[in-house]
Structure formats: C-alpha cells, structure tokens
Design a protein around this ligand. Sequence first.
Ligand SMILES: C[S@@+](CC[C@H](N)C(=O)[O-])C[C@H]1O[C@@H](n2cnc3c(N)ncnc32)[C@H](O)[C@@H]1O
Length: 206
Amino acid sequence: MPRTKSSKRWLKEHFSDQYVKQSQADGYRSRASYKLIEIDDKYRLLKPGYRMLDLGCAPGGWTQVAAERVGSNGFILASDILPMDALPEVTFIQGDFSADQVFDRLLHQIGEDGLDLVLSDMAPNLSGVKNIDQPRSMLLVELAFDIACRTLRPGGSFLTKVFHGEGFDQFVRDSRSAFGRITTVKPSASRSRSRETYLLGRDFLG
Ligand SMILES: C[S@@+](CC[C@H](N)C(=O)[O-])C[C@H]1O[C@@H](n2cnc3c(N)ncnc32)[C@H](O)[C@@H]1O
C-alpha cells in the first residue's frame, strides 16, 4: 500500500520519538505508559491493593504500569474493543464500550465492592473530520464518566482522556458536581499538536 505524506510523517516521528525508544527499552507495550507514569508520579492515583478499571487499555501500556503499582493484592479490570495480550492478575473484557452488553458485563464483573479508580484512555479511530470525531470521542468520555459515577467508592478518582472542542466545557462543569477536585493535565508524552488532554477528578462525592 502506498504511504501517504501523513503516514510517512507519523512513521518518521514514531521511530525518532524518545518515548517510543524508552518504551522498547523498558518493556512497555506503548509510549502511552509514560503519560500515566507522569500523572501518577504527580497525583499518586495508583496505590497497592486498589480496585480499578482501565478502559481503552490495548495494547496494554497503562495496564502494565497499573499492575506494577497496584500489585497482586489489587483488582484490575481492563477493557478494549481490540484484543489485548494477557497480563498476569488482569481481567480483560473485549468489546465496544458503547454497547450496553459490554457496559453491563463490566458492571457485573466489578460487583458490589466498587472501585477506587477508573481510568479511560479511549479514543475513537479519528476520521480527521472534526464534526464526526468530536461527538464520537465525547460519547466515550461521557460513558466512562457514567461508569465511574456508578462504581467509584466515595473518595475515589477518575482519569480520562478528553479532546478540546464541542462538549468539553460542559463535561468539565458536569465533573465538578461529582468530584471534590477537578484538574486538567497534559503530560509531556502527549503530543503538543494533539487536542487531547486528561481530566482528573479526585474525591468522588458518592
Ligand atoms: C490511545 S489507545 C489506548 C492506549 C493504552 N492506554 C495503552 O497504554 O496502551 C485508545 C484505545 O481506545 C480503544 N477504543 C476506541 N473506541 C473504543 C470503544 N468504543 N470501546 C472500547 N475501546 C475503544 C482503542 O481500541 C484503543 O486501543
């Protein structure tokens, strides 16, 4: 298949990217691991023994970091529309998170004990057309917020990728009514030209 200008640029950037090199050296499955490492080093979200959900987990870079920091006494449930190679101590459910059956399977797996932390790094396949991509990504963010509100224990935390654009400000306002503290974070491994940022809600009000 002929390579387009943008795919050539992506390949060039990818192979010269310090986080890609670092992830290969450290044995992480994706450069995204360093986003979570940076956020967690600052905000201490991952604690030994925690019960947590990792949405949009494939290929597993965040899940690897979570497993290292939560340890084997915790509970990690991970999910993606794509398959993911198994990781020890991680329960994986494959499916489209916007499908009711998948949402319900996750709720069932979490059970009555609830969670300390919900992570979502989900992002739809981008078409490049803003009016299509933004609503798709906001739907995933809002569904992640919904499962966080249904499963977090009071005091729990929620970290989600969210894209600047239509719906962003309203989402931040809605999050303020559910969490005691709301912060937006742009880790250094997040490419500066990307509209992605991360919203962190702490002290879930329950
Ligand atoms: C940026 S990647 C996640 C990278 C991952 N956090 C890591 O560290 O390796 C975004 C993920 O969101 C997933 N995704 C997109 N739409 C989804 C959906 N409807 N349901 C579940 N996962 C979805 C994609 O398949 C992709 O694996």
